[in-house]
Ligand binder design. Structure first.
Ligand SMILES: [Zn+2]
Ligand SMILES: [Zn+2]
Length: 204
């Protein structure tokens, strides 16, 4: 299943996140130059990105290396990381976007998922991915009713959270796509004053 197909499937199942999923499905596998991406965003992007698309010039892409357009375009050729440090992607150095739990042997293995190149790498499950908290009772899991394969883990010490996608419960899940399905959880977390480990491609 491609990212676009998965996004369409989830969009039908989780109407609260439909618009965001449909848009992410279109840009996640985007291959083309910045003009085509700009035209796509002008057509179907959320208002904030449509405004950015109107003002887009080649200089602006270079000036905003962490901006939406630069990040989508960089996907095709992510920079090579020198060393793996803390929670950063060992391949490209970008912060993680979410986590995945993969069945392995009798249990499951915890992996972080890069927000840029989507590489997945193992990380200690018992550790806050931001501040390193290891007290079990300070790492609290929440879930939305009706979404059984995604949990949101909040660290009470640093206030950061990330979504954890359980591939054992849905083997077809694609972590960076599926985490958008729990958009209402991001809204709730923001209301509680929690901050996401790193915003995804569409700024959520
Ligand atoms: Zn990466
Ligand atoms: Zn923490």
């Amino acid at each position: 299943m491609t990212r676009a197909e998965r996004a369409r499937y989830l969009a039908d199942r989780y109407p609260a996140a439909r618009e965001a999923l449909e848009f992410y499905g279109q840009v996640a596998d985007f291959q083309g130059d910045w003009r085509e991406l700009r035209d796509l965003v002008k057509r179907i992007g959320p208002p904030i990105l449509r405004d950015a698309a109107q003002r887009l010039t080649p200089e602006r892409i270079e000036q905003e290396p962490r901006g939406f357009f630069a990040r989508v375009l960089a996907r095709q050729d992510p920079p090579v990381a020198r060393t793996a440090v803390m929670n950063e992607c060992p391949k490209c150095g970008h912060p993680p976007q979410c986590a995945a739990l993969r069945p392995e042997g009798d249990g499951s293995a915890f992996h972080l998922v890069c927000g840029l190149c989507r590489h997945q790498w193992p990380f200690p499950r018992a550790l806050c991915t931001v501040c390193g908290e290891i007290e079990e009772e300070r790492l609290v899991y929440y879930a939305i009713e009706g979404v059984s394969h995604i949990q949101t883990r909040v660290c009470d010490t640093c206030g950061k959270y990330l979504h954890v996608i359980h591939l054992g419960k849905d083997p077809l899940a694609i972590p960076d796509v599926d985490e958008i399905a729990v958009l209402p959880m991001d809204v709730w977390a923001a209301e509680q004053g929690f901050e996401k480990i790193y915003p995804n491609l569409i700024g959520i």
